[in-house]
Design a protein around this ligand. Structure first.
Ligand code: ZN
Length: 309
C-alpha cells in the first residue's frame, strides 16, 4: 500500500531563478523566476506531499513522524535527506553552511553537507568551490578587503559532472547551470558575497559575514570523488559518493534492472520514461521506495538519481 510514495514537489521563487525547470522537466509552474524544486523534502520550510497510497495528501514530514517503520527507523529526528533541482539562471550567492555539530548546537537543525549532479550547463559555466586562504587570519583579511577574485577558486563544469560540498566549504553555483542537489535536510545558509545585486524592491539580500568566517574550513582541501561504475549489457550504475549522511548513485537504465531492497531509497528521474514495479515513471518524478517494498524492478529508458542514508 505504501511501498512507493510518489511526491508532489514544492517550487521556490528565487532572485536567480528562471524557466529551465519548466523547459527541462515540464513542470507546470507560473513564475519565470523559479530557482528551486524541492522534489523530496520533509523540511518544515517546504515539505513535499504524498500523492498516492494510504497517506495521500499528507506531508512527507508528517508521514515520517507517524510511520517510522516505512523509513527503517533511522535515527534522525526529521526526514534526513533533501533532494532539490536548482535552476541557476543567474549566479547564486557565494555561501557556506555549518557542520552538523555546529548547526545542531546553535539552531537545533542538521548541518548541511551537499552535493550536485550537473543536469545541464552552458558552455562556459563555472562554479566556485573552495578558497585560497591558508590561515583563518588570511581568510578574514581577504573577506574584509573584499578580495573576492583572489579568494574564491573557480572552475568550469559540464553536464554529468558531480561535485561534493561538505559543510564548511565556500561555494556557489554559477549562472547557466541546472543541478540535482542531494543534501542534509537543512536550510541554514551563510552568505559571504552576493555580487552587490538588488531584488525587485531595490534591496540587497542579507549577508552573514561573521557566521561565514566562523564556519568556513581553512585551509580548503579539494574533495576528489571517485565514482564506482558497474555495467551490464543494458545498464550503467554509478556510485557517486558515500558520506556519513547519504550515499548517492546515478542509474542509467536501458532495459531492466532488478535488485533486492531493504531500508528506503529516494529517487528522482532526470530523463526518459519507464516503469518501477509496474508504476509508470517519467522525467521530473520524485518518489521514495519504502521498507514495504522488498524488490525493485525498473524498466525503460531512464536516468535516475538514487540516494539513501
Ligand atoms: Zn549551498
Amino acid at each position: 500500500m505504501n511501498g512507493i510514495l510518489f511526491l508532489k514537489p514544492v517550487f521556490k521563487e528565487r532572485i536567480w531563478g528562471g524557466t529551465n525547470l519548466k523547459r527541462l522537466f515540464g513542470y507546470s509552474v507560473e513564475s519565470d523566476r523559479i530557482g528551486e524544486c524541492w522534489g523530496i523534502s520533509g523540511h518544515d520550510n517546504g515539505s513535499s506531499v504524498v500523492m498516492n497510497g494510504s497517506y495521500e495528501g499528507m506531508k512527507l514530514a508528517e508521514v515520517y513522524q507517524l510511520d517510522r517503520a516505512l523509513f527503517a527507523h533511522v535515527k534522525s529526528e526529521e526526514f534526513p535527506i533533501l533532494t532539490k533541482i536548482l535552476d541557476a539562471n543567474q549566479d547564486l550567492s557565494v555561501q557556506v553552511h555549518p557542520s552538523d555539530s555546529t548547526a545542531r548546537k546553535e539552531r537545533g537543525e542538521a548541518g548541511k553537507t551537499e552535493c550536485w549532479y550537473v543536469i545541464d550547463a552552458k558552455e562556459d559555466a563555472r562554479i566556485i568551490e573552495g578558497h585560497t586562504a591558508l590561515t583563518s587570519a588570511d581568510f578574514k583579511d581577504m573577506v574584509e578587503r573584499e578580495a573576492w577574485d583572489d579568494l574564491f577558486i573557480e572552475r568550469r563544469v559540464k553536464k554529468g559532472d558531480f561535485i561534493y560540498i561538505p559543510a564548511g566549504t565556500v561555494h556557489a553555483i554559477g549562472k547557466g547551470i541546472v543541478v540535482l542537489e542531494t543534501q542534509q535536510s537543512s536550510d541554514t545558509t551563510f552568505r559571504l558575497y552576493d555580487y552587490d545585486r538588488k531584488d525587485h524592491n531595490g534591496k540587497k539580500r542579507d549577508l552573514h559575514i561573521e557566521d561565514a568566517i566562523r564556519v568556513t574550513t581553512v585551509p580548503y582541501h579539494p574533495h576528489v570523488t571517485i565514482p564506482r561504475v558497474t555495467t551490464d549489457d543494458q545498464n550503467t550504475l554509478t556510485n557517486l559518493i558515500r558520506t556519513p549522511y547519504f550515499t548517492v548513485e546515478h542509474w542509467r537504465i536501458q532495459g531492466t534492472h532488478s535488485l533486492l531492497h531493504t531500508s528506503f531509497k529516494l529517487m528522482s528521474v532526470l530523463s526518459g520514461k519507464g516503469t518501477i514495479n509496474g508504476f509508470e515513471i517519467k522525467k521530473g518524478d520524485h518518489f521514495i521506495i519504502t521498507t514495504e517494498t522488498k524488490a525493485i524492478e525498473v524498466e525503460g529508458d531512464l536516468e535516475i538519481i538514487v540516494s539513501y542514508p
